[in-house]
Write a protein that binds this ligand. Structure first.
Ligand code: ATP
Length: 285
């Protein structure tokens, strides 16, 4: 058995700290261990062991917690092609037959490349956002167009058909894991399931740091802003809500510099603009 070669799938100089994701270190490590570890070894070794790479995973949890962010960053980390994104509700709105065709196409590129380049082929990541939307209708007799059914069936047959391909990773995302068809979650399909929950205080601190980083380094964040205090005050906030909070606080800072009555509407001292603790407190309220 050959020793694992230096891996070529990881992007060089890739650092988790540069990903702009806060508070998900543990989750990311778990994704890595459960879904990608095998991809770091040469294909020959994996073959000799008689195993296959994980080809699908499900990220689930409340809205705005960074699921999309993580899925996209996985693509960057693994030197994959730009992920293809498909959205559940959008799929359902397509004409009958077109959705299945679109899904077939998503896999077709990866299949073609794998046939041509084998294990040299790049990883193709397909992100399926709001996956629950297509599962809702499967097997339901109450109205519905049946599009959901055939989309899920198409996905299943594609996933089962890629047994021989090593270059596909399907990342399904949902706020409602309970709605996802069991058949999709079985081994060999979306088999790695990972909950991306609301951040704890430490995670909120990291997310606040990420979203204020640029204003801090450019001198727009007042010294009186204490991110640890804000992390403490934002219990139950999602990452998206924290980013909204920073935006709201900046609007209050902007509004201090608007002069009523002038034509241009803004004062001359905009370069002195500072987002202050008080702006965050008002925004929180
Ligand atoms: P949904 O389930 O509603 O699709 P999601 O979990 O996919 O939500 P994202 O779309 O990844 O959430 O997050 C929305 C935005 O919120 C991100 O673009 C980012 O600006 C911010 N955000 C969310 N979570 C984090 C995080 N952990 N670290 C940094 N920013 C975050």
């Amino acid at each position: 058995i050959r020793r694992p070669a230096a891996n070529s799938i990881l992007a060089p100089d890739f650092k988790f700290e540069d990903m702009g994701i806060g508070g998900l270190d543990t989750e990311f490590a778990a994704i890595f261990r459960k879904a990608f570890a095998s991809r770091l070894f040469p294909a020959g070794l994996i073959e000799q062991m008689g195993i296959q790479h994980v080809k699908g995973m499900l990220l689930y949890g409340p809205p705005g917690t960074g699921k999309t962010l993580i899925a996209r960053q996985i693509g960057k980390m693994l030197k994959a092609r730009e992920p293809k994104v498909i959205n559940g509700p959008e799929v359902l709105n397509k004409f009958v037959g077109q959705s299945e065709e679109n899904i077939r196409k998503l896999f077709a590129d990866a299949e073609k490349e794998y046939k041509e380049r084998g294990d040299e082929s790049e990883l193709h990541i397909i992100i399926f956002d709001e996956l629950d939307a297509v599962c809702k209708q499967r097997g339901s007799t109450s109205g519905g167009t049946g599009v959901g059914d055939s989309v899920v069936n198409q996905l299943l047959s594609k996933l089962d058909g890629v047994d021989q391909l090593n270059n596909i990773l399907l990342i399904g995302m949902t706020n409602r894991k309970d709605m996802i068809d069991e058949a999709l979650l079985r081994a060999g399909r979306l088999e790695v399931h990972l909950e991306i929950g609301l951040p704890d205080e430490h995670g909120r601190g990291q997310i606040l740091t990420i979203h204020t980083q640029q204003m801090r380094s450019n001198g727009f964040l007042d010294q009186d802003v204490d991110l640890a205090e804000l992390a403490h005050m934002t219990k139950n906030y999602s990452g998206a809500e924290i980013s909204g909070l920073v935006r709201a606080a900046s609007s209050f800072a902007f509004s201090r510099h608007i002069k009523v009555g002038t034509v241009a509407g803004i004062a001359d001292d905009v370069v002195d603009i500072k987002v202050k603790r008080q702006d965050f407190l008002v925004a929180l309220e």
